[in-house]
Design a protein around this ligand. Structure first.
Ligand SMILES: C[S@@+](CC[C@H](N)C(=O)[O-])C[C@H]1O[C@@H](n2cnc3c(N)ncnc32)[C@H](O)[C@@H]1O
Length: 399
């Protein structure tokens, strides 16, 4: 556990203090580049940076920033596995490919920290040899563990091949006894030596195949291989904010592009409102469909490339939704989708971005859509990254 005066609680709201981490102090891990800065100074600097990037659009009404918590806020542990089968390391690999054990990372929800020992013990029991990136030998590359607010967990073993799958199956009852919170356990096959975290094939070992994650008053299904925001409390605040803006506009139709497991779409679904989510990951689309069915919400989800899907609707002269929500990866929506939205009749766009630089670039490509409201949400404390969401309103097109 982190040494020093402060260990975070994961409760959004902590500011003004510094998170002490002995891994950082020893130089074992430098992922949290802003760790030495007091948390309130981090928030001020992020606000300054976001406002500077959006300065070309004056008059944005900013809501109060949502802090992400000092520690314990990450709902997902991405643990590279190194070491030996009897003494695996769970954390990162150093530049020479040696494992560095960070299983007590202070950013992780404490329940993830507590799960690490039983998982390491399972590795030894089932003789799942950690993958050696230098010699290209061994099986276990990563352990990916997600925890829901109720404590339920999704545990994924990223393996080079199927060699260890039967042994993991054999020892699964032991794991479920030691770690009863593990509701879903799966294997992801990543045969390539390249640095991609996971591969296309997933083998679910448990009867349950999706983790339910409570967000506000919704249970979101999370199948393995679907993206989920890493900070559940901040994600909940983000969805509440966007639902409030959308409700103010009260549109008859909403598109949620890059919809993931459907967080935005399901929060804005309402009687007499058509809602469609578009997402490239089939697993995420299936997750969103299950959540919509469970809650009886009228929201459809389509597995497609967001830009291609919008281009097809426009080409078929189908109407674009009144409100379009976009939440792309760091690269932003890009010039083609920006041009389609600019030329469309959508009265409002909600753009939620984890990269304010690509957000600003995309806004320049949509001069008719002016940001009028904004909010910074600190999804990634102790790093330079943050989420920023803006409500865009259509102004008269420039002549
Ligand atoms: C930042 S995440 C947002 C997910 C979701 N909105 C949420 O709140 O959890 C970006 C999502 O875009 C998806 N994605 C990436 N490229 C895409 C594309 N070309 N078309 C549609 N979805 C894409 C990813 O699979 C991921 O789920």
């Amino acid at each position: 556990m982190a040494e020093g005066d402060v260990v975070g609680t994961g409760v959004a709201g902590a500011t003004g203090r510094t998170l002490a981490c002995y891994h950082h102090a020893r130089g074992e891990c430098r992922s949290c580049t802003w760790l030495p800065r007091p948390y309130d100074a981090q928030l001020s600097e992020k606000e300054r940076a976001a406002r500077a990037l959006l300065a070309p659009w004056p008059g944005i009404a900013w809501e109060a920033t949502v802090p992400g918590g000092l520690g314990g806020f990450r709902n997902k542990a991405k643990l590279a596995v190194g070491g030996t089968v009897d003494a695996p390391t769970l954390g990162i690999l150093d530049p020479g490919g040696e494992g560095v054990d960070l299983r007590d990372c202070a950013l992780h929800d404490p329940r993830l920290v507590a799960a690490a020992d039983p998982l390491a013990e399972l590795v030894a029991r089932a003789r799942v040899v950690p993958y050696d990136v230098v010699r290209r030998r061994g099986e276990l590359k990563h352990l990916l563990v997600t925890v829901a607010p109720d404590g339920g967990m999704l545990v994924r073993f990223v393996l080079r091949s199927e060699e260890a799958v039967s042994r993991l199956r054999k020892h699964l009852p032991w794991l479920l006894e030691r770690l009863p919170a593990a509701r879903v356990v799966s294997v992801n096959l990543q045969p390539d030596p390249k640095a991609v975290l996971e591969g296309p094939r997933e083998i679910v070992l448990t009867a349950e195949e999706s983790l339910r994650v409570r967000v506000n008053d919704l249970d979101l299904h999370l199948l393995p291989q679907s993206f989920f925001q890493t900070n559940t409390a901040v994600a909940a605040a983000l969805y509440r904010q966007v639902a409030a803006w959308v409700d103010e506009v009260d549109p008859a139709s909403v598109w949620d592009l890059y919809s993931g497991v459907g967080g935005f779409a399901l929060h804005v679904a309402a009687p007499d409102r058509s809602v469609v989510g578009v997402e490239v990951s089939a697993a995420a689309v299936e997750s969103a469909r299950r959540s919509a069915a469970d809650h009886g919400l009228a929201a459809d989800f389509v597995a497609a490339d967001a830009t291609g899907w919008v281009a097809d609707r426009v080409a078929a002269a189908e109407p674009v939704a009144d409100v379009v929500v976009v939440n792309p990866p760091r690269r932003g929506v890009g010039p083609r989708l920006a041009a389609l939205l600019e030329a469309s009749e959508a009265g409002h766009v909600v753009y939620s971005s984890c990269n304010a630089e690509t957000l600003a670039r995309d806004l320049r490509a949509m001069p008719s859509l002016r940001p009028v409201r904004g909010r910074l949400l600190d999804m990634f404390p102790h790093t330079a990254h943050y989420e920023v969401v803006v409500l865009l309103e259509r102004a008269a097109r420039p002549r």
